[in-house]
Design a binder for this molecule. Structure first.
Ligand code: NDP
Ligand code: MG
Length: 393
């Protein structure tokens, strides 16, 4: 029996996780659910999944949730605030934590789960981008077990030898190949980028995802963040990580070995596959995903990414080269840019311009502590806000 805390339970990944756990009540018990500020969907999840604890970061929303939970006679303790999320990630009665909060807000509770030595199912890629070295060191020192949920990294994990120890050379690996769908604007004429709307950017051709990661997919910053994620997860230098566009999203990523063998993981584009894999690893369980019909899929095609069309991808490689401080700035500036774009206050094609400007003003070098990472994150957000204000003036 695995006992779970789900961080980001009300999101796309959180709900997909609950969909898988519900299929196996004999294997999984949901102990705690956590989210940001939306109490109504959290109340609904409490009714269905009966967790012992539920937490929301926003105090007012948590108070409303607490009241309703009481009125409905649910046996669930409601907590509030950021610290509560870290507490739920480290509960003694929990052995497995799904880290599926979007953005930098997920870093502290995800680190808390690692520090408590849990099995950490990592969807929150921004946590690794912001503090990869620190996070991987925490996992090692506290004997946590890290399993990637991001479909590409889960595919790479499955394509690497069992017990892979973070040394590409020792495993005979030549390259890691991350596939990318290219998002909704892979073939759109470049001159139309200026007028792209938030709804167009969020209409991904293959995957159903939250709005932030959907915009990241449209700019291909998502793939950039994933290159950095792969660097930390698999100990791979940037020169050994390549991105290839694969519009069908059937091949989820590949590992190329010295002898010329290329091993890939395939499947329908449905996050319940990597979620079920990580939940039950090393066993295999049903996920609810329909079988892959190769004949119906038809052609699988591959092409090189065009960094003129997708400058964010190049910005991420540059930040990886420049070090942890640049990666923090990249991530923070991207979060600010995407939020402003979604609110209707920034042009789509200005997202990479803002990010580049913020990263250019960042100090470089390694980052030693969570406090330092958070300080650099806040500084980059201030830079981004000032840039936006200058633009608006
Ligand atoms: P969603 O936007 O659907 O869900 C986000 C979740 O995070 C919600 O539960 C939300 O709570 C919570 N949240 C938002 N802001 C905060 C905050 N400040 N503090 C605490 N919780 C917060 O996102 P997704 O599920 O799509 O993505 C989650 C993560 O997984 C992201 O890092 C994404 O990159 C990654 N990922 C997602 C994939 C996908 O297919 N969706 C694929 C691979 C990775 P509330 O509802 O209260 O706002
Ligand atoms: Mg991915």
């Amino acid at each position: 029996m695995r006992n779970l805390t789900i961080l980001g339970a009300t999101g796309t990944i959180g709900r997909n996780t609950l969909d898988v756990t519900m299929r196996h009540p004999d294997r999984f018990r949901v102990v705690a659910l956590a989210g940001g500020s939306r109490w109504e969907p959290m109340l609904e999840l409490c009714r269905v999944h009966r967790p012992r604890y539920a937490a929301l970061v926003a105090p007012d929303a948590a108070a409303l949730l607490r009241e309703r939970v009481k009125v409905e006679g649910l046996d669930c303790q409601v907590l509030a605030g950021e610290r509560a999320l870290a507490e739920l990630a480290a509960l003694d009665e929990v052995d497995t934590v799904m880290a599926a909060i979007v953005g930098a807000a997920g870093l502290a509770p995800t680190l808390a789960a690692a520090r408590a030595g849990k099995r950490v199912l990592l969807a929150n890629k921004e946590a690794l981008v912001m503090a990869g070295g620190l996070f991987m060191e925490t996992v090692r020192r506290h004997g946590a077990e890290l399993l990637p949920i991001d479909s590409e990294h889960n595919a790479v994990f499955q394509s690497l030898p069992a017990g892979y120890d973070g040394e590409l050379r020792r495993a005979g690996v030549r390259r890691i190949l991350l596939t990318a769908s290219g998002g909704p604007f892979r073939t759109m004429p470049l001159e139309r980028f200026a007028a792209v709307t938030p709804d167009e950017a969020c209409a991904h051709p293959n995957w159903v995802m939250g709005r932030k990661i959907s915009v990241d997919s449209a700019t291909m910053m998502n793939k950039g963040l994933e290159v950095i994620e792969a660097h930390w997860l698999f100990g791979a230098p940037a020169s050994h990580i390549e991105v290839v566009i694969h519009p069908q999203s059937v091949v989820h990523s590949l590992v190329e070995y010295e002898d010329g063998s290329v091993i890939a993981q395939l499947g329908n584009p449905d996050m319940r596959t990597p979620i079920a894999h990580a939940l039950s690893y090393p066993e295999r369980i049903a996920s609810g995903v329909s079988p892959l019909d190769l004949a119906a899929a038809g052609g699988l095609t591959f092409e090189k990414p065009d960094t003129r069309r997708f400058p964010c991808l190049a910005l991420a490689y540059d930040a990886l080269d420049a070090g942890q401080a640049a990666m923090i700035a990249l991530n923070a500036a991207n979060e600010c840019a995407v939020a402003r774009f979604l609110a209707g206050g920034l042009r789509f094609d200005h997202i990479p311009i803002l990010i580049e400007a913020v990263v250019a003003r960042t100090e470089s070098g390694p980052v030693q502590s969570l406090d330092e990472a958070l300080r650099l994150d806040a500084a980059a957000r201030r830079e981004a806000t000032q840039w936006l204000e200058r633009r608006a003036a």
